[in-house]
Design a protein around this ligand. Structure first.
Ligand SMILES: [Zn+2]
Length: 270
């Protein structure tokens, strides 16, 4: 089973209902903090999904290293440095090339304040062609997407989550339309896709409403969750607009929306 809990359904500009990027993804028994953008830790403990706080985190994945996707890394490491968390197994961080040097720069600034007290930190840079196996039989596979490359984020990633029973959830990360996303999303049980702007504000490296609609019409995922909404997009009925181009189930996420694969688990979801 895969649970995809939207902690932050917004982009860089926070609103009361759309915090910057943050996701709590549970694949079978593994708990993944995906893209700890600003406010992610607060949203996580507010969600009720992490009663033991940061001790619940098994793995952390990054799609890229823009601030709206990674700004809570320092608060996370500082929390792990405190005496409160009790777990002693390693914290595993996965992300695109550049993640290790980013962490080194943070260590230059913060020194041992961001060294976890009891858990070691295992940093693994990944890219297309790599599959991260999960305990229990699931996996996470990155694919390259079309976002803004820079010194920190030399490539940007989306992720395909597979549970032990073969269910698939795909997360676009930040991207413009690209063949890799279409391929990954084809037939997925759940597609969590960025929908940053209305069409008249379309921005390179991001998806507008109609671009999301065309992606869904081609890839035909079984369920679609719209996220990474900037305020102009969040103010619209995005599901209805995407629905003009795609006749499958489409849901406009806000902070706290939960998507579950498969959907017949009895848990409440859209
Ligand atoms: Zn972003």
């Amino acid at each position: 089973m895969i649970r995809f809990h939207i902690l932050g359904a917004g982009g860089a500009v926070p609103t009361p209902t759309h915090n910057p990027a943050a996701y709590w993804v549970t694949v079978d028994s593994q708990s993944i903090l995906m893209d700890p953008g600003p406010g992610a830790l607060v949203r996580l403990v507010q969600s009720g999904q992490a009663p033991r706080g940061v001790d619940e985190i098994d793995l952390v994945f990054f799609t890229h290293l823009h601030p709206d996707h990674c700004a809570d890394l320092v608060p996370l490491l500082f929390a792990l440095h405190s005496p409160v968390p009790v777990r002693t197994d390693p914290v595993q961080l996965f992300g695109p090339p550049g993640l290790a040097s980013y962490l080194e720069k943070l260590r230059d600034i913060y020194g041992t304040w961001i060294k976890p007290r009891r858990r070691s930190l295992v940093v693994t840079e990944i890219g297309p062609g790599v599959t991260v196996p999960l305990p229990g039989g699931g996996s996470v596979r990155p694919f390259q997407v079309d976002h803004m490359q820079d010194r920190l984020s030399r490539i940007c990633l989306g992720y395909r989550f597979l549970d032990a029973e073969g269910h698939v959830a795909v997360f676009s990360g930040d991207t413009g339309p690209c063949a890799e996303l279409n391929k990954a999303a084809t037939g997925a049980d759940l597609l969590v896709v960025e929908c940053s702007t209305p069409d008249h504000l379309a921005t390179p490296g991001h998806m507008s409403v109609s671009e999301v609609g065309r992606l869904c019409a081609e890839a035909r995922p079984k369920q679609v969750a719209l996220t990474h909404q900037y305020p102009d997009a969040a103010a619209l009925d995005l599901a209805a607009l995407v629905g003009k181009l795609y006749d499958g189930p489409v849901h406009q996420a806000v902070d706290g929306t939960v998507f579950i694969v498969p959907r017949d688990t009895g848990e409440k979801c859209p």
